[in-house]
Design a protein around this ligand. Structure first.
Ligand code: ADP
Length: 261
């Protein structure tokens, strides 16, 4: 019998991600296109993953869509919430994980996962940009940096400039005035990361911290935020190199479970 290939597509607010798994465990292709729902991003992510795997759509047994824009994606066999997919994906990428912190482009979620990998409860901040990838993007733009450069800036910080505003718009003005005061840029980035960490830690504490703790979503690629959050919570945080693909990965695993049924 031919190998079963399942594909997961995570139609995010800022980024489209695709994963193809063989027999539910072997990663054979992945793609990440920095364009989210309502753009050509989802189709491009799908095409790129198919090309990498060397198959066409007919070679995919089950296609599962997840993410913020999952309902606008046409052609999926299953449409599954990103909460479920991040829980499944985090469990596959970081076996035994019990608390998952997912910070994406426009929201932050904390999930509690049971010993068998099942989603037990969650809390979400989707009302405010503070503490999300959007906040970091706004700050990076003011500092004329790319979000991918923030972690290296933080690494060189000797101290931390305190950002007191909890609102993104006020924090933006605060950072602009700190720049006018010629503060050290590295310390300013460390302060920005600490502000995201304080905000996220509040959400995590409300749900309760059960170790091991892991992080998924694009912001997990920012080691400065991960370290700030570890300091704030007093726990170590696991991160997979595929953190930003966790939702798509979980969707592909979900499809594999369905194919087995
Ligand atoms: P969504 O699914 O909502 O589109 P993602 O989970 O893909 O969101 O995360 C997007 C966020 O990830 C961006 O807002 C940005 O802050 C962060 N990010 C993306 N790429 C990088 C990178 N290379 N380094 C650090 N942060 C990144």
């Amino acid at each position: 019998m031919a190998d079963i290939l399942t594909m997961g597509i995570d139609v995010g607010s800022t980024t489209s991600k695709c994963v193809i798994l063989k027999e539910g465990t072997q990663l054979i292709a992945s793609s990440l296109i920095p364009a989210g729902t309502g753009t050509s991003g989802p189709q491009r992510a799908l095409d790129a993953a198919l090309e990498q795997a060397g198959v066409d759509c007919s070679g995919i047994t089950v296609l599962t869509a997840t993410g913020y824009g999952r309902n606008s994606f046409k052609g999926a066999d299953h449409v599954v919430s990103e909460l479920s997919c991040h829980a499944i994906g985090a469990g596959a990428l970081m076996p035994g994980i019990r608390t998952v912190i997912d910070i994406g482009g426009q929201d932050a979620k904390v999930l509690r996962v049971g010993p068998s990998g099942k989603l037990e409860s969650f809390l979400m901040n989707d009302k405010c940009a503070a503490g999300t990838g959007r906040f970091l993007e706004v700050m990076a733009r003011i500092l004329e940096l790319d979000v991918s450069e923030l972690a290296a800036m933080d690494e060189k910080a000797a101290g931390k400039v305190n950002i007191s505003s909890t609102c993104t718009v006020f924090a933006e003005s605060e950072v602009i005035s700190q720049l006018a005061n010629n503060v050290d840029l590295h310390d300013l980035v460390a302060g920005i990361h600490a502000s995201v960490a304080v905000r996220t830690a509040g959400l995590v504490r409300r749900l309760g911290v059960t170790a091991p703790v892991g992080m998924t979503g694009g912001v997990a690629r920012n080691d400065g935020v991960v370290r700030a959050l570890e300091k704030e919570l007093g726990v170590s945080i696991l991160v997979s190199p595929l953190s930003q693909l966790a939702g798509a990965y979980g969707a592909a695993v979900y499809g594999w479970n369905k194919a087995k049924e």
